[in-house]
Write a protein that binds this ligand. Structure first.
Ligand code: PMP
Length: 411
């Protein structure tokens, strides 16, 4: 893989000096990604040289407008949007989710006040719909099967005449399960309901085509495709009625006021272009490494299981469960050896609660607590995988020897 771009060479991350250990391996790409150097290069001129405000009528206003429209086209191309005008730039995925759900809800409430989401949506979706309850909206959380796949018959049964929106993630950010979006779209559109899809976990890893998939609103984040943080986008299909949630000077066709972050937008555009051109190659390499991890772990560590779908899963995701020990303990054991992994969503990491995603797939709380999430990225190497596979069994073995839950071997 592209070693010359490997950000771990320049990182000031907690260099673990214990036992002379300096190797650092990042297997938590879902929590954040280093910006691709080509993206930084594209952004650079827009900090000092091309600094104008796109709303200005003088000559300084034109180049940023051109750059912004070029970026809009690149984002539209990544997701197969018909018209770049269908892309609205936001500050990130949380804002895009807010604009999509509150925007559709407030604008179309005369139709009804019922929203359907899946039980495994990101916390931002859960909390937006909770907030909407204050305004009389009701939300149904539709269940998933043991793999985390939305159950279509259950979804269909939850639809009411007053249902105005269905919101389902393209793929789940914790367990990597890819949802049957085309089928969900058909169910929604047969009943004249809009479909919003949070594509943050899937973008840049698997092809997304809003027209073929039948998506009305799609949330994108820049950092999840190696772009800068603090910028994102919402795809809004032409004809979808939506109310702005940020009011001001009327930028972004009145849908998202506020002076545009041109360097961020240029960065997102460049990241989208790279993702479109290199996704297939990068995802093939990532999946090969990921499959080696899954096969070796399941094949060599007793009482280990894979969470999520065996095949309908994102190429970067490996999510395990180990009997008798806690995920946090494994995480800390690996961290001591310089390997960064996760036990679930970084957004909920501090609460130390069992993941709502794992619970929705039917795991018991103690099983959910024994889980470990690895997400690979384009800067990982086969050597990273070698090292991880060498260290993990040692960590698990040590913890199981200490755990009172581990059954004693018969002498
Ligand atoms: N949706 C999903 C699926 C996510 O994983 C995240 C977090 N990366 C978000 C939304 C929110 O993203 P942000 O915190 O960048 O707004």
């Amino acid at each position: 893989m592209k070693k010359e771009n490997n950000p771990s060479k320049v990182t000031k991350l907690t260099q673990n000096k214990e036992e002379g250990q300096t190797r650092i391996i990042f297997l938590d790409y879902v929590s954040g990604k280093p910006v691709d150097p080509r993206v930084l290069e594209a952004m650079n001129p827009y900090h000092r040289e091309i600094f104008g405000n796109p709303s200005s009528l003088h000559i300084f206003g034109d180049p940023p407008v051109e750059a912004m429209e070029d970026a809009r086209k690149k984002v539209a191309d990544l997701i197969g949007a018909k018209d770049p005008k269908e892309i609205v730039f936001t500050s990130g995925a949380t804002e895009s989710n807010n604009l999509a759900i509150k925007g559709v809800a407030f604008r179309n409430q005369n139709k009804g006040k019922h929203i359907i989401i899946s039980a495994i949506e990101h916390i931002s979706i859960l909390n937006i719909t909770k907030y909407l309850e204050k305004f009389g909206f009701k939300t149904t959380r539709v269940g998933v099967d043991k793999y985390g796949t939305v159950e279509l018959d259950k979804l269909e049964k939850q639809i009411k005449p007053e249902t105005l929106l269905i919101s389902i993630n393209y793929a789940n950010n914790e367990i990597g399960t890819i949802e049957p979006i085309k089928e969900i779209s058909k169910i929604a559109h047969d009943q004249n309901i809009s479909l919003h899809v949070d594509a943050v976990a899937a973008e840049g890893l698997i092809p997304i085509d809003v027209q073929k998939d039948g998506i009305d609103l799609l949330t994108l984040s820049s950092n999840d495709i190696y772009g800068p943080r603090g910028i994102g986008a919402l795809y809004i299909k032409t004809g979808t009625m939506i109310e702005p949630i940020i009011h001001g000077g009327g930028q972004e066709r009145g849908l998202r006021s506020g002076t545009e972050d041109i360097p961020g937008i240029v960065g997102l555009g460049k990241a989208a272009e790279i993702a479109k051109n290199e996704m297939e190659k990068d995802s093939t390499g990532i999946q090969k490494m990921r499959d080696r991890i899954i096969n070796t772990v399941l094949g060599t560590i007793d009482h280990s299981y894979l969470n999520g779908h065996p095949t309908q899963r994102l190429p970067n995701n490996a999510h395990f469960r180990f009997d008798y020990i806690e995920g946090e303990a494994i995480l800390l054991g690996l961290n001591m050896k310089g390997i960064a992994v996760s036990t679930g969503s970084a957004c909920a990491a501090k609460r130390l609660e069992a993941s709502h995603v794992l619970i929705a797939t039917g795991l018991l709380k103690e099983e959910a607590h024994g889980s470990l999430e690895l997400t690979l990225g384009k800067y990982n190497t086969e050597e990273d995988v070698d090292y991880f596979l060498e260290v993990l069994p040692q960590v698990i073995d040590r913890l199981r020897k200490l755990s009172p839950l581990t059954p004693k071997r018969e002498e």
